[in-house]
Design a protein around this ligand. Structure first.
Ligand code: TXA
Ligand code: MG
Length: 328
């Protein structure tokens, strides 16, 4: 760690202790952090994001033993998953410890916990000593930030300090697993897959989408991760047709596809982004690509539907929520 990184961490800790908001880098996306035990500071997160108070926050911790201060009746499965995947892109839903302010959990008796895997944030959390509540550092329903500049562009002076930890390595939000019911349930897909979790727990894991109980991460069913311009999710053929028609009409359009740029497309009329063919690289760049397309002159954003295979589930989830939904 460089001298200036160490100074930035000290500065960020000071702000958190003063009840201010600090944007923190994680391996998934940047978080908008406040001291989890400071109710007024946590209330500011909801205001700045424009997030409904019914949508609970994730508490970020520095080490495994800290779970006991934030959750109760911790099942063995939680410890097994924490041992295998923390620090990393996995959030566990557990029973809330009475000392966790209810504003963090949106009044629920459950709490979301994770240890993120980013050297600056881990060192901040260790020295800070407590838990840090942090949703993704974007306005409610919008595209999550994966660089410090994204946070600056989106929240500007509404955030008191930004700890710049470079671009996020994973690029989409953590997998969320609820361990509240008898059987574990995945509430949000992420880089850690159902197969990896099943393997550790030695049992098949249910996906929240398939669950009869309809247990979902609150807020997860709404339109989310959305650019401000309408995004159409199309198969390859439809996308190429649509792009050709718009190009012929000289209408600005931006495209995210696995195809190389065709001759008919004029780069002066928008962006043609050829995405990586593998899901990990695709996910890492996804939100930066959506932001670039949104900032382009295009009025419509066309995105090619990725393959419907297991390793694309988390990306497909984000894209289908980001896609334009006409509200009738
Ligand atoms: O990768 C991530 O998880 C990032 C980084 C910053 O850690 N954070 C993140 O936070 O994505 P946010 O607030 O954008 O998404 C958290 C999700 C929300 O859908 C919320 O409803 C769900 O976690 N959640 C939080 N507490 C919960 C609880 N007690 N029960 C069920 N879902 C919960
Ligand atoms: Mg979010």
């Amino acid at each position: 760690m460089t001298c200036s990184e160490a100074q930035s961490i000290q500065q960020a800790i000071q702000y958190l202790k003063q009840g201010k908001l600090v944007a923190i880098p994680t391996e998934t996306v940047y978080g908008l952090a406040a001291d989890a035990k400071n109710q007024e500071a946590v209330a500011k997160i909801y205001t700045v994001k424009g997030r409904p108070k019914t949508n609970p926050l994730i508490i970020h911790l520095s080490d495994h033993s800290a779970i006991n201060g934030f959750a109760c009746n911790i099942p063995k499965a939680a410890l097994q998953l924490a041992d295998s995947f923390w620090p990393g892109p996995l959030t566990l839903i557990l029973e809330r410890h009475p000392e966790v302010p209810k504003i963090v959990t949106a009044g629920q008796n459950t709490v979301a916990l994770r240890i993120p895997n980013h050297p600056l944030t881990l060192s901040l959390l260790r020295e800070f000593g407590g838990g840090v509540a942090a949703p993704s550092a974007n306005h409610y329903g919008r595209v999550s930030p994966t660089t410090a500049q994204h946070v600056r562009d989106e929240l500007g002076r509404q955030v008191d300090y930004i700890l710049d930890g470079g671009p996020c390595e994973i690029g989409i939000e953590s997998t969320i697993v609820s361990l509240i019911a008898k059987d574990p349930i995945i509430l949000r897909e992420g880089a850690i897959t159902a197969e990896q979790i099943s393997e550790i727990l030695g049992q098949k894991i249910q996906n929240g989408h398939d669950s009869k109980n309809e247990i979902r991460a609150p807020g997860a069913s709404l339109s989310h991760y959305a650019p401000s311009k309408p995004l159409l999710l199309l198969d390859k053929e439809a996308l190429l047709n649509q792009a050709r028609i718009l190009a012929e009409q000289k209408q600005p359009v931006s495209v995210l596809t696995f195809n190389p740029c065709p001759d008919f497309f004029n780069q002066a009329q928008g962006l043609w982004i050829q995405a990586f063919p593998n899901s990990q690289d695709y996910a890492r760049d996804l939100y930066a690509n959506l932001r670039r397309m949104d900032a382009s002159m295009a009025e419509w954003l066309l995105v090619e539907t990725p393959p419907h295979s297991k390793d694309w589930l988390a990306v497909l989830d984000r894209l289908s929520r980001a896609a334009f939904k006409k509200i009738l």
